[in-house]
Design a protein around this ligand. Structure first.
Ligand code: NAD
Length: 322
């Protein structure tokens, strides 16, 4: 049985990853900030008695705590980060501190703990507005936002440490629009479903022709489980997303209206000036090619956008605080 540490374990992806790892009989240390663990305390109540799960209040800036917990784990999923384009643009230094310096702290702890494998959560934002789609891992990186740049810097740090410390192997995972229950409501699908469920017209900024591929968090975490189990994933970068579920934002809103049977509602397209987004930072067309993940560990996402929307609507556990 493997023992793993998840940083940011009480976030959208961390929570689902904890659940799937426990089901697969891994031992898990789920580390997150106290305020984030507190928000999800009801979710943790259900699994708290599981002897394979340890919930740990802590920050990736607490070096002595990190050194202590990391000493007997086999692998580290480093998910802790500052997210959200507007939030990170408004707090650029904080974003760099958490996403770059925080990653360096984890790498230092991995080295002192003789860890074999770090899985680093990167983002499709590293591709910026790509020159072509679908994007594979060889597509040029050209981050457009401080968040994208912080993830690129994190990736470079991870590769640098693994170059110097040969025992440490990396897998860099670039997530493409992961969504699901328990997501903060500022993210597109959480916001749209919340609007529709409350009887309001879904609002989309811009003309709604922006294209994305949407991956349910359960599928994202299935990929992470394969990665931690499979040495073939060592020292590689993978796009993880759902290339079958590629839509414009207008299409997603229409599917959500239909799926939730609120046919009286109409999409409202508003100018960017009315939103927390800007034309400069917007990515207009971005969808993934995940054939490398398919070839390496048979990654095949299963959850359709309709199914994902239904799941969110049944579990309106939104966090509204940023
Ligand atoms: N959800 C997506 O679509 C998506 C896309 C690309 C990349 N990612 C990356 O995947 C990872 C997980 O994303 P998510 O969607 O679960 O986000 P999330 O915001 O739900 O989770 C991030 C977690 O990190 C924690 N965290 C922040 N600062 C911390 C600190 N100093 N110490 C410990 N924990 C800290 C937060 O409390 C939060 O629980 C992040 O690294 C994110 O950048 C996510």
């Amino acid at each position: 049985m493997k023992k793993v540490l998840i940083t940011g374990g009480s976030g959208l992806i961390g929570l689902e990853l904890c659940k799937q790892l426990i089901e697969k009989k891994f031992k898990v240390i789920c580390m997150d900030l106290p305020e984030q663990l507190e928000k999800n305390k009801n979710l943790f109540k259900k699994v708290k008695k599981n002897k394979n799960l340890k919930i740990l209040n802590g920050s990736i800036f607490e070096k002595s705590l990190l050194n202590k917990v990391i000493s007997d784990v086999d692998a580290v999923f480093h998910l802790a980060a500052m997210l959200g384009v507007k939030r990170t643009e408004d707090n650029k230094l904080k974003c760099l501190e958490v996403n770059v310096k925080g990653t360096e702290n984890i790498l230092e702890a991995c080295v002192s703990g003789n860890i074999k494998h770090i899985i680093f959560a990167s983002s499709s934002e590293v591709y910026g507005e790509p020159s072509h789609n679908p994007i594979n891992e060889k597509t040029d990186t050209q981050g457009k936002t401080v968040y994208g740049i912080s993830k690129l810097a994190g990736e470079e740090y991870v590769k640098a440490y693994c170059q110097i410390y040969k025992k440490l192997n990396y897998t860099i995972v670039r997530f493409f629009n992961t969504y699901g229950e328990n997501q903060v409501s500022q993210f597109f699908l959480a916001k749209i479903v919340r609007n529709i469920m409350s009887g309001s017209d879904p609002i989309i900024y811009g003309d709604g022709q922006q294209v994305r591929s949407f991956c349910h968090v359960e599928d994202t975490c299935r990929a992470l489980i394969e990665i931690v189990k499979n040495k073939k994933s060592y020292n590689k970068i993978f796009n993880i997303g759902n290339s079958n579920e590629k839509y414009t934002l207008n299409e997603v809103a229409k599917i959500a209206i239909k799926t939730l049977k609120k046919n009286n509602l109409k999409i409202k397209n508003l100018p960017f000036t009315k939103s927390d987004r800007t034309v400069n930072r917007e990515i207009f067309k971005r969808f993934c090619d995940v054939s490398l993940a398919k070839k390496t560990f048979n990654f095949q996402p299963k959850i359709s956008i309709e199914e994902g929307i239904k799941r969110i609507s049944k579990n309106l556990n939104f966090h509204n605080d940023w």
